[in-house]
Design a protein around this ligand. Sequence first.
Ligand SMILES: [Fe+2]
Ligand SMILES: [Fe+2]
Length: 466
Amino acid sequence: MPIIAKERLLKLLHEVPENYYELVNFFLDADISIADKNIKSKTFLQREIDKLNIENLQFPQLNQLRAWLEQENKSTREEYQNYLVMRKQGGKRQYFSNLGQAFEFLTKVAPLKQVDGAWLYSTVNYWNNTDLHDLILIYLEELGTGKATANHVCLYHHLLKNLGLDEWNLYLEDEYYQQAAIQLALGYAPPEFLPEIMGYNLEYEQLPLHLLITNFELAELGVDASYFNLHITIDNQDNGHAHRSIKMVEKFATKYQDKDNFYHKLKQGYALNQLGVGSVQIIRELNLDYFVHKILKKKAITGSLIHNNRCVFNHKTVNQWLSSPEQVELFIAYLVESEWIKFGTDPEESRFWKLIHSESGRMFGVFNLAERQIIYDWIRGEFPSRFRISHTHPIPYLHDTDRFTLDYLAQLEHEKLQSVIHHSPDISDKMNQLIPYLAPHLHHQKMGLWSTHVYTQLLFPYVLQP
Ligand SMILES: [Fe+2]
Ligand SMILES: [Fe+2]
């Protein structure tokens, strides 16, 4: 390992960085041991718990929990019906006025979606405790029980890749990584955090109104909403994740000696969901103007110094305009002022759009289709859309691409694991071999999917389709 990388690792091991992005990378780093991740998760979670405002949290007594959540679920469904009526009567979309905004949303929730299910990772260690099986099964279902086409992380990667949004991490501030860091820390938390994990799970698995509306509006805009739709069906309160999350709390509450302590910890876990920037806040604060500026500033980093000095706008060369984020802001203002960008009109009338979109344009190829869609919607505003990105060749799922990829070392490791599992004398030995591959950074890879399938087969053979 290079010395610089080693120094970074050592630094991360000894302190909890303020930066959530670094923490997410710490938990997803294959070179850091599970034991070190366990230690870090404890310190980090304590720091986040200290930020909570538990006094103002709406949370019922345990004997009223089920009725309270059922009532919440009913109000959500009623509000959704009101939304549908409003739309049927000609009302406008409430969340995404255009595709560009939908892309901005999909990008901003990506850090969390890339670790979907992670808060439950530690539960797979308790496979011989049947009281925790409902929780483990939720985790395995988040992992698609080993099928790439049902693994939530694979599904989201697939969605972004198909839309050309897979470079989302270039455009995000640190605050969008806070919930992802919390989920990963819960996934590596020691056993005393089980009540917090159950509390977190309880909130996360309930049906929120924003999920229903997001699913509806994305589909309406022609985006494949199956990731969101899946969470409406699989998390249902009748027999899905929401139901099982309540069942687990009810069951565990009777087993804890110190009932008050369990209740307090459960509430803390529930409240952890409120930290950071959630979907509702992201939707409320969608700002295509700011987002496009970010994209243009990012492009300017590679674009500066590659133009020749004959390209001059208003006495400055393009290289000078692109030399710093402040200059890029001024450049955008100049392009608007000089009508290279005409807001609220057909983008075809804007020279800047033609420059980046027309095949003969000088900047054709600088922006991919998704970025062009975002810029198109930014320019046109309320002007009717005539442009819609289309991908004629959908990207195949992981398990399909695997057939064409030759990774000799991975193949060897996979064969070794298969042989070890096959020859293992007992189930606990097999489980110990499999569990590391069910970790958040691995379960969506080829060996992770295989290990998830075998783990599920050993513990819950009845859930696998023949
Ligand atoms: Fe999920
Ligand atoms: Fe779920």
